[in-house]
Each structure stands twice: as structure tokens, then as C-alpha cells.
Design a protein around this ligand. Sequence first.
Ligand code: CAA
Length: 257
Amino acid sequence: MTYETIKVETRGGVGLVTLDRPKALNALNSTLMAELLEALQAFDRDAKIGAVVITGSAKAFAAGADIKEMQALDFVDAYMRDFIGGWNDVSTVRKPMIAAVAGYALGGGCELAMMCDFIIAADTARFGQPEITLGTIPGMGGTQRLTRAVGKAKAMDLCLTGRMMDAEEAERAGLVARIVPANELIETAIKAAETIAGFSQPSVRMAKESVDRAFELTLAEGILFERRLFHSLFATEDQKEGMTAFSEKRKAQFKNR
Ligand code: CAA
């Protein structure tokens, strides 16, 4: 499958999507988001793929939703066709997704990174929600996911002033899982994705589901949800294999069953 605005490859059990609109700093337009969703959903269906990495260029992960595409939009049009509503489907992919971010991750770019399960940042990464400077606000979850990730004070600071934060500030704030030198970004992200892809996939899927539920449930309900999933994994062959392999001091051979 060839795409116009993204590049798609596989590295063993890892799907790699590279956003590829260099002239527009990977600004997210309708074509790019449709292609990205198609590629992610294809990886989600592909039993050989265990995890996905989304990345951009050295200069920009993505500099936001495409301002030129939005410029002339009016309210009724945006509302009636639920403009960008479908872009949130990125967050419904069931396999783990890692955002490997170098350079600008602004507006929709930051929001796309936050739809992934975690972010590995190059030391060159810069995050921000500059929509306020355009007379608007974040529209792909920025006020919600950023607030959950970094807390009210910093989310308000970023959304109200439009300033950027560097990789170190983003890591301190809890937005970013790890920072690596820019030239090690892709390999580090792929290695992390390979590690995930090498585990028993039912347990990987359930770990992701359970962490995600933490943002929707009370603590008591979340703990119950987690324990029920934990119980259910005793029904898998891979749990027996994992624990037997530990006892026998050998590497587990998971069958995803
Ligand atoms: N949409 C469309 N085009 C964009 C873009 C965007 N979000 N960001 C950059 N570009 C384009 C520029 O227009 C420019 O194109 P031309 O060469 O044709 O003029 C090209 O990419 C290179 O950009 P710059 O010349 O501006 O590069 P720079 O290095 O001087 O600055 C930057 C980089 C600071 C990231 C700057 O491009 C910038 O501020 N971009 C906009 C960031 C922004 O406001 N993002 C939020 C968008 S709104 C949004 O995302 C809503 C939402 O929540 C869904």
C-alpha cells in the first residue's frame, strides 16, 4: 500500500509509521489523518504486529492540525460534519503505540502524541498547545489529555500562554516517558516496541486496557477491573509458560494463547 503523506514499514513484529509532509512540518490534514488511521487499523488487524511506533522528522513530529485547511471553515460546517471528530479514532487502536517525538509536537501534533500510549522524546523535542495564538483552543484532546498527564497548573500555562516546553520539562511534568539523544530516537522506540511485541499479546492488550481505565474509573472500580483481568490471564497458556519458564530459569516462549 502506498501513501501520499506517510511512510509505512514493518520491523519484525513492529509497525512503523513516519509522518511525511516535510514542507508543512507534518501538519495534520485530512489526507494525512485518513492515511494514518488506515495504516494503524491495518496494523491492529495484522496478527504479526505486536506494537506500533509513530514518528515524524528530525525537525517536526507534527506542527499541529493544518491551519491552511481550517482557515476558512465556519461553525455550521465544522459542527455538522463533526470536523476532526474521527481523528480521535487513533486512540481506539488496541495495540500499544509509541510516539517517537523529535522537534516540534505542537497543537494537534502534541495531541496525536498523547493519543499514543507513551512518548519517547529526542532531546530536541518541543511540546506545546499554541492554538490560543490562532484565536482558538486545542481540538484533538489537548485540554483533556494534557491536563491528565501534567496536571492543571502546567496544562493551563501551556494552553493559555501558548508557550512551548522542551523535552526535559516535558519529562519532569510526566508527559514524556524517556528522553534520548536525537540520533538514537527511532532505534530506542523500535527496541521498546520490539520488547512489547515479544510478550504474550493477551497480557499486553489487557495491561494497556487496564492503565487506560484508570482515567475513566474510580480507584475502587479500577482496582476491581484490574483484578478481574489479572484473574482472567490465569486462563491463558502463556501465563503457565511464563511462570514455568521463570522457575526453570529459561526464556518464555509465548504463543499468544
Ligand atoms: N499548518 C499548516 N502549515 C504549517 C503548520 C500548520 N500547523 N505549521 C507549519 N506549517 C508550514 C508553514 O506555513 C511553512 O509553510 P510555507 O513554507 O509554505 O510558508 C512551513 O510549514 C514551515 O514552517 P515555518 O516557516 O513557520 O517554520 P519555522 O521553523 O519558522 O517555525 C513553527 C516552525 C514554530 C512550528 C511554526 O511553523 C509554527 O508556529 N507553526 C504552527 C504551530 C501551530 O500553531 N500549531 C497549532 C495548529 S492548530 C491545531 O493544531 C488545532 C488542534 O488542536 C486540532
